[in-house]
Design a protein around this ligand. Structure first.
Ligand SMILES: [Zn+2]
Length: 177
């Protein structure tokens, strides 16, 4: 019973609602796609993750784990489960911007690593594995931040000149770094 409830919450959580305005009309009629994939490069290491991670109504834990390892704290060589809603958002961004490959600048950061990063918030959602810094090839990061702000119930950070956009599933807020 507990597992059923947890699964339902994962499937029908804020992401699905938040993304409703962004998905193609066909998806609105047939529901959010039952097969989902992401294709990313983790720029600090150059590592790639390109695979499906959701099918038959459930997240593949081995896929989420592999994605999490790809986006790990490479400085400390530590990983933590990345929240799969972040993968759903990346999945939608592939469609939204018609880009096959999305760059991830930062995923999980251990508190120790986070404390060493200039300008990083002490309680950064990166330390909870609830945040990603991304760049979509040839797309202006500020435009991505604007779009995210309109659909994401979470945090959106703009970092002019730094080459990425931050998003997380923490409290609703936005800022310019
Ligand atoms: Zn960030």
């Amino acid at each position: 019973m507990g597992a059923t409830i947890a699964r339902r919450r994962l499937l029908a959580g804020p992401t699905a609602a938040a993304l409703a305005a962004l998905v193609p009309p066909a998806w609105a009629q047939s529901a959010f796609p039952s097969k989902r994939w992401v294709n990313v490069v983790f720029t600090p290491t150059g590592a790639r993750y390109a695979d499906r991670y959701f099918w038959d109504g459930v997240y593949s834990m081995s896929a989420v784990r592999e994605f999490s390892w790809t986006c790990r704290d490479y400085r400390a060589n530590e990983w933590k489960w990345i929240h799969p809603w972040l993968m759903d958002l990346v999945f939608v961004l592939h469609w939204k911007y018609n880009r096959n490959l999305i760059s991830i600048f930062s995923g999980y950061r251990s508190p120790q690593t986070n404390a060493q990063i200039e300008g990083a918030a002490l309680n950064s959602q990166h330390t909870r594995a609830m945040a990603l810094d991304i760049h979509i090839p040839d797309i202006d990061n500020e435009a991505v931040a604007r779009d995210l702000k309109a659909i994401l119930y979470g945090g959106t950070g703009m970092y002019p000149g730094r080459g990425f956009t931050h998003f997380d599933f923490g409290p609703l807020r936005s800022w310019t770094g």
